[in-house]
Every structure is written in C-alpha cells, then in structure tokens.
Design a protein around this ligand. Structure first.
Ligand code: F6P
Length: 342
C-alpha cells in the first residue's frame, strides 16, 4: 500500500512526530510505502509531492514545524480542486490512502472528500485544543508551556516596576490556552472568548491586586470580546481557510486599564512563539501514538475516521463527530479558575 501524508492549516509542534510515527509503524509492520504531499491540500490540488521514507523521518519527533509544509488551501477551490480531480491526482501518483493531519478546516474538508469516496483518515491538530471528539490535541501542551514561561517572566518585571501586565495568547474562538497557562502562571484574571467581560470588571480585579501590594497579571485570549466595546474589536467573519488576523486585544485593554486605574500597564502579544520550536515531551508522545494509530485505521479501512485521545487511550472516532462545532471552555471550568481572580 502507498500512503500519502499531508499537514494542513496552521503549523503546530508535534506534526513531524505524527509523520515519523506513521512512517515507522507503516514501514515496519505493514511494509507500507509513503509519499509526502507538500503544503497541505495544495499539494493534492497542484500535484506537489516529496520522498518520504524511514531515512527522511530520522530524529523528527523533536523537530518543530512540518517537513511537508502547510497551507490553508481549500481543496474544493481552483481548476484542479474537488474530489474527482484529486482522485485523479492520487491515482496518477499511485497513492492508495491519505493521512490528513489538521484542525477543523482540514478535517471538515477531509470529511467531505471521504463522502465523495476518497480514502482518508484524519489526525487532529491544533494548539488551540478546540477540536471536539478528542480530549487533547498535540501542540496544546507545548503552547501552554511556552505561555506559562512567558507569564512567569513577565511577572518579575511587572513586580519590579509595580506595573500591570496584559499577556495575549493564541485562541481565536476558544480560551483553552489562556485558561491553562493562566492557571499555571497564577494570573490574577483570565479573559477568554467564551466569557465576555466589561472593562469595569477587569479594572476591579486589577485594583484588588494593586491594593494587596502586588503587580496584576492578566492573561487574555486573542479572540476575547470586551463587553460593551464591540466596536473596538477588529474581529472579522472568518471561514476556516481564511488567514486569521485577530490579535491586538491586549493592546486595547492595557491602555484602558492604565487610564481607569492609574496603574502603568503594558501589553505583550506572544503570537507565533507559541507555535514554533520543539514540541514538549507530552506532545511528542501523543503525536507519535496518533501517527501510529492512523496506520491501524488505514489498514482497518476506516475511511472518514479520525484517531483521537480519550482519557489515556487512542481511539478511532468519526471525523463527523470531531467537526460538529468547536470544543469550548465550559462555564464550570471558567468558574473554577475565576475563584482565584483579583
Ligand atoms: O488555529 C491555530 C492558530 O494558531 C490560532 O490560535 C491563531 O489565531 C491562528 O492559528 C493564527 O494563524 P496564522 O498563523 O495563519 O496567522
């Protein structure tokens, strides 16, 4: 069997570990051959491939990014897009099945393509941890570690100057990175898209902290909505394949805090530092296990399925279940953290 692998959407620490896990297991257990599909769905639409064998995956589990390249190309668009053209490209390359590693947009596309008869198995990928039907996605743990280290560092400089620090982390639609890094870093408030707050509420927390003689540290997701100030947001209607350009909410909040409380405030946007570099040990293990499980799903001919983490086990679920909507932070999880705010 010849298996094509692609990585699509924003990159994520652990992508290379998935590729390595799949290539090593497929080669050793099934004598499978592999081909790398370049730059996500674009490689299938435009016929861009690369050699992928056990030599090309040596030492790969600790390497950030993706050796295959990635893009946010929609496989249904363009003259060579759509299931029939893509199947023709696969046939010409002798590819029997595809492992598609990606987030919601990628998996939604994979689902549509399998409905049209293509043989695809999905692997969930997102630092945002917003995919349904998997408890955690690889990349999330690494992003939380990076954000937590940044919060720790910002705290000492905040305390030296008696300043308020507003730390902006990724999370377009959900607040998992903010929730976990904020809890780990002992933030005095965590602001997430699922829980709009007013500037008055935020300033109240900040003043409590200042009144105790401490320097306030606020963690905010890039997709957070400041209640009552909707016009200050530059949020656009985004579809899964658009290049998102959110960010900057910390730069709105920090001056408002300074203006209203008199506490000197600074904004820090962590941005893509959260996605770059080596995956954590946890993410390397998770990603490797998912890559190996994708091979099992292919040999079991479970087309339209996705490998997923449930508790400590890797299971096979339907891609349809993973793409029914985003996995949000529940009010209970937020309230649990909010006990420590202020
Ligand atoms: O979905 C993952 C993610 O990192 C989001 O947290 C972020 O909003 C977005 O991708 C950034 O995308 P890009 O790299 O295209 O700017």
């Amino acid at each position: 069997m010849k298996i094509g692998i692609l990585t699509s959407g924003g990159d994520c620490p652990g992508l290379n570990a998935v590729i390595r896990g799949a290539v090593l297991k497929g080669g050793r257990v099934h004598d499978a051959e592999f081909v790398g599909i370049r730059n996500g769905w674009r490689g299938l639409v435009q016929g861009e491939f690369m050699t992928l064998d056990r030599h090309s995956v040596r030492g790969l589990s600790r390497q950030g990014g993706t050796i295959l390249g990635s893009s946010r190309t929609n496989p249904f668009e363009g003259a060579n897009g759509g299931p029939e053209n893509i199947q023709r490209t696969l046939d010409a390359e002798g590819i029997d099945a595809v492992i598609a590693i990606g987030g919601e947009g990628t998996l939604t596309a994979a689902h549509r393509l399998t409905d049209a008869g293509l043989k695809i198995v999905g692997v969930p990928k997102t630092i945002d941890n917003d995919l349904e039907a998997t408890d955690y996605s690889f990349g999330f743990n690494t992003a939380v570690e990076i954000a937590t280290e940044a919060i720790d560092r910002l705290r000492t400089t905040a305390e030296s100057h008696g300043r308020c620090m507003v730390v902006e982390v990724m999370g377009r639609h959900v607040g998992w990175i903010a929730l976990h890094s904020g809890m780990a870093g002992g933030a005095h408030a965590i602001l997430i898209p699922e829980q709009p707050k007013t500037i008055e509420q935020i300033c109240e927390w900040v003043e409590h902290v200042r009144d105790r003689g401490r320097a306030p540290v606020i963690v905010v997701s890039e997709g957070f909505l400041l209640a009552g100030l909707e016009q200050a947001h530059s949020h656009k209607g985004l579809d899964a394949f658009d290049r998102p350009r959110l960010g900057g909410i910390s730069e709105i909040i920090a001056p408002l805090i300074e203006e209203r409380t008199g506490i000197e405030s600074r904004a820090t946007v962590l941005g893509h530092t959260q996605r770059g570099g080596a995956p954590s040990a946890y993410d390397r293990v998770l990603a490797t296990r998912l890559g190996m499980a994708a091979i099992d799903a292919i040999y079991a001919e479970q087309w339209g399925s996705m490998v997923s983490l449930r508790g400590t086990e890797i299971e096979v679920v339907s891609i349809a279940d993973a793409t029914i909507g985003l996995k949000k932070v529940s009010p209970a999880r937020y309230d649990e953290a909010a006990v420590l705010f202020g």
